[in-house]
Write a protein of this length. Structure first.
Length: 134
């Protein structure tokens, strides 16, 4: 098991609204081969969108990660389900995710990805994410 703290920022191309998300997660990794692993991540998140109150949500995210040889790079394909804890908040979605990661250190990772989100707030976005594992 590994814990993580994530911070992400996104800007809507149509409205220019900025959304910041903060997540605390735990991931179980099952190695499949020396370069391939399956992951299951569960997380608690907070969403802060321009002009709105902060809301909370949970995340369930299975994925597969392939290391690119002996380099510090990897490719990840995942499927993310995110649902708001509050029943009156429209923040329920599924996202197909593809990301290229670079391990800066054993615990620090920088990722560039593409998300295809369906449901509330449906969009396609490019993401840049820094994650610190602990």
């Amino acid at each position: 098991f590994a814990g993580d703290v994530g911070v992400s920022a996104a800007q809507n191309d149509a409205t220019n609204a900025i959304t910041n998300r903060y997540e605390l997660g735990v991931t179980y990794t099952q190695p499949l081969t020396s370069n391939l692993s399956a992951d299951m991540r569960l997380a608690q998140g907070w969403k802060a969108k321009s002009g709105s109150e902060v809301t909370t949500y949970y995340v369930i995210e299975p994925s597969v990660t392939a290391k690119l040889g002996a380099t510090p790079m990897s490719v990840k394909v995942g499927y993310r389900t995110r649902n708001a804890w509050e029943s009156n908040v429209a923040d329920n979605s599924t996202t197909t995710r593809l990301a290229l990661g670079y391990n800066l250190t054993v615990k620090d990772k920088l990722s560039l990805g593409r998300d295809w989100q369906r449901g509330d707030g449906a969009n396609t976005q490019t993401t840049l994410q820094y994650t610190r594992a602990f």
